[in-house]
Design a protein around this ligand. Structure first.
Ligand code: FRU
Length: 481
């Protein structure tokens, strides 16, 4: 059995381009937008600056993929109208199967994109555009906006879902620190239904990028409405983060089950995530992708040749433990085609040589002890994960991990809700500048960016770690190429 993987000889870094995460060479990107699945392809639109690698002049960029690993970049999908209603901010897209909008015909379901336009005078209104060629090109609706500004500064990020019980479209739009719900028969004229947010959830910053959808829990068969709300600032570990609510939606009001604050991902770098429309098995699982950054430092991260990447696409499903539901979030990607090598490493006494892109998988014993994973490089920079089952938390420390400007030098803490007497399964996906950690198949997760001055080419593991596949000591390492 091979125990050591030869890493490249390190050299001072100039670039940190991800190997298996989505980014756009030469451009800035932030939120995912307009996600829909059709003709076997996942369409990903995103906030993009066509001219620069910092935020500004927002357009919708476009890419497609069949497997979430190889992405084909396509021409800019929706162009800003700086002298008109404005820049194209975030929003969603849906496949209008019944042609309720009238943009298509019986044989061609139009794709309708819903987004905010932000004008030079900073007015935000809700607009739409439609595609008659499966999402390749979009026409601006000539009577935009479909929802004018109601006198609220931050009024944006419309996301539409089909409400089957009454056969209507429901749109969520954030307004300051709450969300407004609207309904429509045709996606063109909208009636306001209700507001949600006062006295619920975290309010450390403005609410952004809502996504309301039903999800059936596989185990219990119960349908629950999930509401994702991103918030900036006010995240649990500083800056931006995404909270979620679980409750009921009756076609008018969203009623959460309780007042608990829940976070989708405890890391610093998982923001503005929304879900794909029209995916297979959408009733039981939705697929989400998020922007892997944080408004605290998004414009200042190193590497000017691109800026902004997406997280791995993740399956959202409902997990029931006792009487409580948890939104589980786990990578929706199979790396089989990218798997270069897979080894089980049982000798954890010496550091493991690691390349730039790989995943590791292991189980922590039932003993309530503390395990640490420390990544280091030839400059003695380090990143440490402390998996502390004694106090039920995980700490991710990047205070000595290279780039530490603009609040980047942080220690993120994630509480763990563990089941007494059960093993804890850990899956970690590492790319050139990111680490995504999943506990118990996504019952908790944590995403962090890292910009070390040289590759983190050594990993030291301390603690009782066993291989999730075989239950023998050690861990499973998969090299992704
Ligand atoms: C979230 C966000 C959205 C807005 C977009 C602008 O990251 O601030 O609320 O529509 O980015 O790029």
């Amino acid at each position: 059995m091979q125990h050591q993987i030869q890493a490249n000889i390190s050299s001072p870094r100039k670039t940190w381009k991800p190997k298996y995460h989505f980014f756009k060479e030469g451009h800035w990107l932030n939120d995912p937008n307009g996600l829909f699945f059709a003709d076997n392809k996942y369409h990903l639109f995103f906030q993009m600056n066509p001219d620069d690698t910092i935020w500004g002049n927002m357009h919708w960029g476009h890419a497609i993929s069949e497997d979430f690993i190889s992405w084909q970049h396509l021409p800019t999908a929706i162009h800003a109208e700086p002298d008109g209603l404005g820049y194209i901010f975030s929003g969603g897209a849906i496949v209008d199967h019944q042609n309720s909008s009238g943009f298509g015909d019986e044989n061609h379901a139009p794709i309708v994109a819903t987004f905010t336009q932000h004008s030079k005078s900073e007015e935000q209104v809700q607009s739409i555009a439609y595609s008659l060629d499966g999402g390749e090109s979009f026409n601006m609706f000539e009577h935009n906006p479909v929802i004018p500004n109601p006198g609220i500064k931050d009024f944006r990020d419309p996301k539409v879902v089909w409400f089957e019980a009454e056969e209507v479209w429901i749109k969520s739009v954030v307004a300051g620190q709450c969300v407004h719900f609207y309904r429509s028969d045709n996606l063109l004229s909208w009636t306001k239904l209700s507001e949600f947010g006062e006295d619920y959830g975290a309010h450390g910053g403005v609410w952004e990028c809502p996504d309301l959808f039903p999800l059936v829990c596989e185990e219990s068969g119960k349908e629950i409405w999930v509401l994702l709300i991103s918030i900036n600032p006010g995240g649990p570990n500083g800056g931006s983060a995404t909270q979620y609510f679980l409750g009921d939606f009756d076609g008018r009001n969203f009623k959460p089950f309780d007042k608990q604050i829940r976070w989708l991902d405890y890391g610093t770098d998982c923001y503005a995530g929304i879900t794909w429309d029209n995916t297979p098995n959408i009733k039981h699982e939705r697929i989400l992708i998020a922007w892997m950054s944080n408004w605290l430092y998004a414009n200042d991260t190193p590497d000017n040749s691109w800026r902004g990447a997406m997280t791995l696409p993740r399956k959202l499903s409902l997990l029931k433990t006792d009487e409580k539901f948890v939104l589980r979030c786990f990578p929706a990607v199979s790396f089989t085609s990218k798997l270069k090598n897979e080894v089980n490493i049982s000798d954890l006494k010496k550091p493991i040589s690691v390349p730039e892109a790989y995943s590791i998988h292991f189980t922590l014993g039932k003993n309530k002890d503390v395990s640490t994973l420390t990544w280091t490089n030839d400059l003695n920079e380090q990143f440490t994960l402390t998996l502390d089952l004694a106090s039920n938390q995980i700490l991710a420390d990047r205070t000595k991990a290279g780039f530490i400007e603009k609040g980047f030098a942080s220690v993120a803490a994630m509480p763990l809700e563990l089941i007494e007497g059960e093993n804890v399964k850990i899956d970690i996906f590492v790319d050139t500048c990111s680490v995504e950690l999943f506990v118990n198949n996504g019952a908790s997760c944590l995403t962090m960016l890292l910009f070390p001055s040289l590759d983190f080419n050594r990993l030291t593991v301390n603690g009782s770690v066993s291989n999730s596949n075989s239950n023998i000591d050690g861990l499973n390492l998969r090299i992704i190429d």
